[in-house]
Design a protein around this ligand. Structure first.
Ligand code: E4P
Length: 273
């Protein structure tokens, strides 16, 4: 499984690439806002174009998702083309993130605008990461439209299931991949019993029909979800910086290094001088 960093924070991206474990970057408007707010709070004046250029250079050789902000098909296509023309020449690693469905309500008429934008950009050779996927059928239609990537949001499905059941939870709380029973009933949303189950079903459908589209398990908030995404065959997990770091932690590793350090004999250290 490839590991992407889910961040627009240049310092985090630099660090994750320096660790040598990062295979790409995903951003979204909320992550860009977080990074920009942080820089502004530190008194920095930000040049957005220069900032994104730096991200692309750090990630050279690996894909970087840049998201559109328009919601109509025409607007997303125009922005997608502009983003690609402006930034792909930097390091030839840009893909355009398009919401699978930009409608905000059932009554809206724009349900297919994300699919139209995806297929139009894909037809023009612009790779698309189709985002905000909450069902395998959304992933299927995005793949049929030519998306290079689909991003099922695991953590947000878990949020939805817990909220409906009235369970108090923190953003990074673990939700069991095999679902949660409450009052003798398995929590589910439209046949999806957990965020990882959503990822699994997306992978199964796309692999069954041999799409080239890669599944990016997104909205993962803890190392255990990253492990489970790997176990269900996600091609990619996009992870916050803190989760990538926490994947290395274990109390017995800390204890073991403490014990080994205490046992070092001077002869061994001398030999290595
Ligand atoms: C995916 O690309 C999104 O940026 C992200 O994973 C969303 O995560 P969140 O639900 O923790 O905000």
């Amino acid at each position: 499984m490839k590991v992407f960093i889910d961040s627009a924070d240049l310092d985090e991206i630099r660090q994750a690439f320096a660790w040598g474990v990062c295979d790409g970057v995903t951003t979204n408007p909320s992550l860009v806002k977080k990074a920009v707010d942080r820089r502004k709070a530190a008194g920095e004046k930000l040049n957005m174009k220069e900032y994104i250029t730096q991200i692309l250079k750090v990630a050279e050789g690996t894909p970087v998702s840049l998201e559109v902000t328009e919601l109509s098909a025409e607007g997303m296509i125009a922005q997608g083309k502009k983003l690609f023309a402006m930034f792909n020449p930097v390091a030839e690693n840009v893909n355009i993130k398009i919401p699978v469905n930009p409608a905000m309500k059932n009554e809206d008429i724009s349900h297919f605008d994300g699919i139209i934008a995806t297929s139009t950009l894909a037809d023009e050779g612009i790779p698309v990461n189709c985002t905000l996927i909450f069902t395998p059928e959304q992933a299927l239609l995005a793949a049929k439209a030519g998306a290079a990537y689909v991003s099922p949001f695991a953590g947000r499905i878990d949020d939805l299931l817990r909220k409906r059941a009235g369970i108090q939870f923190g953003k990074s709380d673990y939700f069991p991949a095999d679902g949660l029973v409450q009052k003798d009933a398995l929590l589910e949303d439209n046949g999806i019993i957990s965020g990882i189950d959503l990822v699994r079903q997306c992978v199964d459908v796309l692999e069954m029909y041999e799409f080239d589209t890669e599944v990016i398990a997104a909205s993962l908030r803890n190392p255990r979800q990253a492990r489970e995404a790997a176990l269900v065959g996600a091609h990619i997990a996009t992870l916050p910086f803190s989760v990538i770091r926490d994947m290395l932690k274990h109390e017995k590793t800390f204890e073991g290094i403490d014990l080994f350090t205490k046992d070092i004999v001077p002869e061994y250290v001398e030999m290595l001088k």
